[in-house]
Design a protein around this ligand. Structure first.
Ligand code: NAD
Length: 242
């Protein structure tokens, strides 16, 4: 059966995540077609490997697309949300540091388009989130600790992912405590530990490669078309086709 590829707009295309998205999307031309790559500044080349490139200021003239994947900066966030709403397209955003006002705009957009905003697009972390909530529900009264380890250049602590996992533990009824380690070149490790009397459960996720975030975002983008408007979590979409 012939499948029409999903038309993607990559927003923040010249960044570390944008480059990973372009590289990984190109591995599956039967599923994914990048119709526009948008960068903050004017692109050095108009077409790279067959993909048309645009400056952020040219966003309103972007060609038709089904889903935008945004890994840019907070200053680029409002225009891509507005464009997706205007075009009725899905939005997958991993841009961090957005303000409460921008978060409100995202909630408003979810009334008209399907979207996912997540601080971590790893599918493994999405599964860990589910496991943590379940463990917390089942282990009332146990101590809960979230320990995250990252490279020495990471400034914020606890990490956004640690706070997300802690929120899952809280939904399950636990009261998590946090610890942060900064060491060497660790890409990212998250341990959620439940400790009772005489026994302990350790749920751990280790990231060894930053591509996991791009792969997760591409997977999520493929799940959005045809879904009703709304704000989805990565874990809501895990059972979709690979
Ligand atoms: P980067 O600095 O390497 O790239 C930023 C990109 O945004 C560049 O392409 C730049 O041209 C573009 N940009 C800057 N201003 C813009 C504007 N006004 N309009 C449009 N585009 C603009 O950053 P990165 O490491 O690729 O990370 C990008 C974002 O993704 C950051 O917010 C980072 O924290 C986040 N991130 C999220 C996850 C996740 O899983 N959610 C994972 C990694 C990074």
């Amino acid at each position: 059966m012939n499948q029409t590829p999903l038309r993607l707009l990559i927003h923040g295309a010249s960044g570390r995540m944008g480059q990973a998205l372009l590289r990984l999307a190109a591995e599956h031309p039967e599923q994914l077609q990048v119709v526009a790559a948008v960068t903050g500044r004017a692109p050095a080349q108009r077409v790279v490997d067959g993909v048309p490139h645009f400056a952020a200021s040219e966003l309103p003239g972007a060609p038709p697309f089904d889903v935008a994947i945004d890994f840019s900066l907070p200053e680029g966030f409002d225009p891509i949300v507005a464009l997706c709403v205007e075009r009725g397209a899905g939005l997958v955003s991993g841009t961090t540091g957005i303000s409460p006002v921008q978060r409100d705009a995202l909630d408003a957009a979810a009334a008209t388009i399907p979207l996912v905003w997540a601080s971590n697009f790893s599918l493994g972390v999405a599964v860990l989130d589910e496991l943590v909530e379940r463990a917390a529900q089942a282990l009332a009264g146990w101590d809960c600790d979230v320990v995250e380890s990252h490279h020495t250049k990471k400034k914020d602590a606890p990490s956004g992912t640690a706070l997300t996992l802690g929120a899952a533990a809280e939904r399950g009824g636990a009261q998590p405590h946090y610890a942060s380690l900064r060491a060497g070149d660790i890409i990212g490790e998250h341990l959620v530990q439940f400790t009772g009397q005489g026994e302990r459960i350790e749920l751990v996720h280790r990231a060894t490669n930053r591509d996991i975030f791009a792969r997760g975002a591409l997977f999520v983008a493929r799940q959005l078309p045809g879904r009703p408007a709304g704000s989805y979590r990565v874990r809501d979409l895990l059972d979709g086709p690979r």
